[in-house]
Design a protein around this ligand. Structure first.
Ligand code: MG
Length: 271
């Protein structure tokens, strides 16, 4: 199933997304996930199931397709990207968090902080956790812990990443984590999903999820040995080669096979 989350009559709704004549449509309500307590409450009050007519996905006011409790990310999970920044290929997954306050809807404007000199895009396949996962064994049925997949842009202040010595600020500015447009369980990263990023229409990143250094199975075992993952949590799986600096007015589009395109404009913060 493909789903999305969108604003309708001032309330966040979940919708089923289906293709009709080559276009994606929101055709009806989708179940509210257990982690979205605000939507559950709205539903109990009777105002979350307001009927809506089918609409093209492109006409909806989209929100990130999930409400995660945490956003965990893997750095340098593609050899070519590790090399392009002059880094060694890691022997173990390199983990970091992005704060929930960095989440941004599809189409939302990424605000480029003036304190940063270089802001890069990083297009990434993103795993959405479907049920609590702790201490998973490497041979666990990892797919049973996955609700589906979406797209994220792991926006990074590259100069601050180097200067700070750790990545909290560089990866964590407000609006630095656009996610969407849809969530789908109909794709299989192990069969090779193409990850492409375009800036103002020009192709800048082209990778495949078969090029991961660490597989999703290995990542989930490594992460859950330390950190319990909960339904709705996001795992950003790393970015292919081709990252580069952005300028005010650029539009970044990240496209992944079967998951559509996540498109966001970038703008320098107002004085
Ligand atoms: Mg990244």
């Amino acid at each position: 199933m493909k789903t999305c989350r969108f604003l309708h009559d001032g309330t966040a709704h979940y919708g089923v997304v289906e293709e009709r004549n080559g276009t994606l449509w929101i055709t009806g309500p989708a179940p509210i996930p257990e982690e979205d307590r605000a939507a559950q409450l709205a539903n109990l009050r009777g105002n979350a199931r307001t009927a809506f007519a089918p609409m093209p996905l492109s006409a909806a006011k989209l929100l990130p397709p999930v409400t995660p409790g945490k956003i965990i990310c893997v750095g340098r999970n593609y050899r070519d990207h590790a090399k392009e920044l002059g880094n060694e290929v890691p022997q173990e997954p390199l983990l970091f968090f992005k704060p929930i306050s960095s989440l941004l809807a599809p189409g939302g404007t990424v605000v480029m902080p003036r304190v940063a000199e270089r802001i890069d895009f990083e297009g990434e396949l993103t795993v959405v956790i479907g049920r609590r996962a702790s201490k998973l064994k490497p041979d666990a049925d990892w797919r049973s812990y996955v609700r589906g997949y979406t797209i994220a842009n792991d926006v990074t202040a590259r100069d601050l990443q180097k200067k700070d010595g750790q990545w909290t600020r560089a990866k964590g500015f407000d609006s630095f984590c656009p996610v969407g447009p849809i969530l789908s369980d109909e794709v299989d990263p192990e069969s090779g999903l193409t990850v492409e990023t375009r800036v103002n229409g020009e192709l800048r990143q082209h990778g495949s999820t078969t090029d991961f250094i660490f597989s999703i199975s290995q990542l989930l075992a490594y992460i859950t040995a330390a950190i319990t993952l909960e339904p709705g949590d996001l795992l950003l799986t790393g970015t292919p080669a081709g990252v580069a600096a952005l300028a005010h007015g650029d539009r970044v589009e990240v496209s992944i096979t079967g998951l559509g395109t996540l498109s966001n404009p970038f703008a320098v913060e107002a004085n």
